[in-house]
Write a protein that binds this ligand. Structure first.
Ligand SMILES: *Cc1c(COP(=O)(O)O)cnc(C)c1O
Length: 378
């Protein structure tokens, strides 16, 4: 049975070479824009491609103040600070995620609280957040506090796992009720939609990544999105060293970051963003083929949930049986078809094993079953 899977994937990618999970594809204006950028000499921290990139992202995410930054982790780190996360605060997130999500919280000297995911979305569960806050939450004048630690819970950061949106309406409702701002980790979900609106536009702030393995790449890059003009302007200010505007003097009245996306990276990103609709279609058709194939084999292939459109960044199968799971991983990788287990749960990492968490029933269940399969644009 697993022989057929390897054959299918090699056919789909028309290749006998090593097939990775996700590779960048450059079929648009990449070389043209890079050449233009070099000819202009504006390869560094400002330039017209940065502006163009921010405008393209406003359109794609239906938000009105994008700030281009150096990578997705920086977007998350600054995003948390922008909604008011301070030293010793707490931030609710999920344990099934890439380490950058939790690290961004720690970089703000805040503490993650790991709450469970939903089985259908693989992302932060609104019910788990509600249950936790019913038990431990307390609303005070300046926000929500955790009765068990005495600390302020100053943000909630869901992650749209592999591009499948979390239940955003329900999550927004719970977080509004408890006065907790949402920072969406949309690093994996550029182009995904929930009820017809892009991910990254529901929270106070959204954060995107343009790393080489994401659906669209800038080499390295990130973006902070928001509909709140004040937050948007502050995002630009803080990520460009917090230099006071309107003077030729170098005056900095607070601690800013050098998180700027270089113009040369923005040039690459612009050419890639122009192809996003094509990439989305291409991946969607691969997902359709996988779906039909795996259904016949009786293997569960992850498809988008009701009311959502996934970008199918990384596609995955769910294997019930431990020996099938082990065999699938080994056999595919031995046959030059890359497959990969999902990330280790955050509370199992030494930096985060003392953090508060709930039962993690669903995260533990899926950690042992989900395997990513090649998902790149063909
Ligand atoms: C890729 C990714 C990031 C970080 O993005 P970088 O651009 O690599 O810093 C953050 N969170 C998640 C969930 C990611 O997948």
């Amino acid at each position: 049975m697993f022989e057929d899977i390897i054959k299918l994937i090699k056919n789909k990618y028309n290749s006998e070479n090593y097939i990775s999970l996700h590779e960048p594809v450059f079929r648009g204006n990449e070389k043209k824009y890079l050449e233009e950028c070099i000819d202009s000499t504006y390869v560094s921290s400002v330039g017209s491609f940065v502006d163009k990139f921010e405008n393209l992202m406003n359109d794609i995410t239906q938000t009105n103040r994008t700030t281009a930054v150096v990578n997705g982790t920086a977007a998350l780190q600054a995003g948390l600070r922008l909604v008011g996360v301070k030293k010793n605060d707490e931030v609710i997130t999920q344990a099934l995620t890439f380490v950058a999500t939790a690290n961004a919280i720690a970089y703000n000297n805040a503490h993650p609280i790991f709450l469970d995911i939903d089985l259908d979305t693989m992302g932060l569960s609104p019910d788990a957040v509600s249950d936790f806050l019913e038990e431990f939450g307390e609303i005070r004048e300046d926000g929500c506090y955790n009765k068990s630690s005495g600390r302020k819970i100053s943000a909630c950061m869901p992650m749209h796992t592999f591009g499948f949106p979390v239940h955003l309406d329900e999550l927004v409702k719970v977080c509004d009720l408890w006065k907790i701002p949402i920072v969406e980790d949309a690093a994996e979900s550029l182009g995904s939609e929930y009820k017809g609106k892009p991910t990254g536009s529901y929270g106070e702030v959204g954060a995107f990544s343009f790393n080489g393995n994401k659906i669209v790449t800038a080499g390295a890059g990130g973006a902070i999105t928001t509909n709140n003009i004040k937050i948007g302007e502050r995002a630009k200010f803080l990520t460009t060293t917090a230099k006071e505007p309107g003077t030729i003097e170098f005056i900095h009245n607070e601690l800013g970051y050098n998180f700027r996306m270089p113009n040369i990276n923005a040039a690459l990103a612009c050419a890639q963003l122009e192809q996003l609709p094509v990439f989305l279609d291409n991946k969607r058709s691969l997902a359709k083929d996988y779906e039909l194939f795996f259904r016949e084999k009786g293997i569960k292939f992850r498809t988008e949930t009701n009311n959502t459109k996934a970008n199918y960044w990384l596609m995955c199968v769910e294997l019930e049986n431990k020996s099938d799971y082990d065999y699938f991983l080994k056999h595919t990788n031995d046959s030059k078809v890359m497959t990969r287990p999902v990330w280790e749960l955050m509370f199992k990492l030494p930096m985060y094993n003392n953090c508060q968490r709930d039962s993690q029933k669903n995260a533990l269940f899926l950690k042992e079953r989900i395997i990513n399969i090649p998902s790149g644009v063909r």
